[in-house]
Design a binder for this molecule. Sequence first.
Ligand code: ZN
Length: 335
Amino acid sequence: MEALEKIRKMPKVELHVHLEGSVRPETLLQLAQRNGVTLPATDLEGLRKWYQFSSFEHFVEIYVALSKCIRTAEDVELITRQFLAGQAEQNIVYSEATLTVWTLKRLAGIALDDQLAAVNRAREWARHDLGVEMGLIIDIIREESPEDGLAIAEWAVKNHGNGVVGLGLSGIEAKTNPAVHAKAFQLAREAGLPISCHAGETQGPWSIWSCLNDLGADRIGHGVRCLEDPDLVAHLRDQQIPLEVCPSSNVCLKVVNDWHSHPLRQLHEAGLTITLNSDDPPMFGTTLTQEFERAHLDQGIPLETLKDWSLQAAGNAFLPEAEKADLMTSVMAHS
Ligand SMILES: [Zn+2]
């Protein structure tokens, strides 16, 4: 039990978590009711059943249905505040959270600038009242047109430093070659906006290679299937490209059968730069603290290694060098 207490108190950094996917179940039900959106569930038990995913495509359907409950900038501010309160409770001192602003604009007509202002109000509150920080990653869904992808990248670049810290790539891996969005990511790279791409989750090494070679990804979201290609593993290790590993997400979306068969240890023993993350915590019945606990209990990862992973997450945050150094110092000093 002592180990679990140490994990809970350990200062943590989370690099891969989605704001819409972090909406508290109680809040989701309230938003649906307030905004006149009909969900297939009307209570917590029903939501738990709804969050049983038969495939990645099924997960995306539910994710879009959930996103439809967010109708106003005030809703965006509310879910961000609640997210940050949850991070603070877990002693997650810094988070990089993704918001799919283009989808919220399309579904609810919330202007991108209004979404960002809402997130920034929540960030400001959390900084002063909770002592935790957050940076926003703006993602391009793979299925978007290259033109829309470019528009998203332009807006993200314009707001680099105004809460936005990076550009992401999400969506259904099997459907689109990342190279479709090469121009958008080139724009980000040239403007110095860092890049993180979901890849190597439902698809194999080709998808990771494409994100590295065609888009210039600085970090890979998931990436667990890199193990299918020894050359790719060597490349990721030599270039120290971090993986944002989300084990419970992989279990729930059937990338792996269960926690015990997750390749977390293998990735670590291959010398890769690992960070642990919760992805969409309530949808996967987890928290970042629980991901740490399960890594320790189910995979036998020692506490010292978990601390190293927190430090690696801090060292690979999309922050200016001085801020990153401060974050690393604070993670080291309190662990
Ligand atoms: Zn994700």
